[in-house]
Design a protein around this ligand. Structure first.
Ligand code: ZN
Length: 198
């Protein structure tokens, strides 16, 4: 379906072997039934999202459901490929091969989580076996909580300025060192013990 970015990657850039690439592609199968059910629920709750998209350009990993403005990335993980403890049954044939593949997927999942989180994103992972309604609840609640703190409206405005608070002190420090600022402040500052600012 459409472009498969992994195919256009230079050999060995991410996946070191054709098998690993095949696993990753299979791994990234989109529009699975649980995922569609979840998306439908989220849509009906008024949430809008991108599907099968990279949350961040520099991180070449796609999430299944991406809320760009809220910086929330949702992954719907298949029980087999991601090694769900409830449903993953170890393969009988080529057991070692598959164990390694699943382990590699899990490592990759953790790396993706770390990369996104350190870029300020929230990562939500949903098992394909999870009840879509419960999953939708979880996602919706997380987004609403984020919006309370992040959205630049009403109360949040105050918080926003509070978050930028580190800047003014820095400026003050610079101006204290800089002569021009001292000169400007000088006259007023002389008697400022009365607290003209208060
Ligand atoms: Zn499962």
């Amino acid at each position: 379906m459409g472009i498969v970015p992994e195919l256009s990657l230079p050999a060995g850039s991410r996946a070191s072997s054709p098998e690993a690439r095949a696993v990753m592609r299979a791994n990234r199968r989109r529009d699975t039934t649980p995922e569609l059910a979840l998306r439908k629920l989220l849509y009906h709750r008024g949430l809008r999202y991108r599907v099968d998209a990279s949350p961040i350009q520099k991180i070449r990993r796609k999430a299944d459901i991406v809320f760009s403005a809220d910086q929330v990335a949702v992954f719907v993980d298949g029980c087999f490929w991601h090694g769900c403890e409830v449903h993953h049954r170890p393969a009988v044939k080529n057991a070692d091969f598959w164990r390694q593949k699943i382990a590699a997927n899990q490592t990759r999942d953790r790396e993706t989580n770390d990369a996104l989180r350190s870029a300020g994103w929230m990562v939500i992972r949903v098992w394909e076996h999870e009840d879509p309604i419960a999953a939708a609840d979880r996602i919706e609640q997380a987004i609403m909580r984020l919006r309370e703190t992040r959205t630049p409206s009403g109360e949040a405005r105050g918080r926003r300025t509070a978050r930028e608070a580190p800047k003014p002190p820095r400026r003050t420090m610079i101006s204290r060192e800089g002569n021009p600022d001292l000169a400007i402040r000088g006259p007023a500052g002389g008697s400022s013990n009365h607290g003209s600012k208060r």
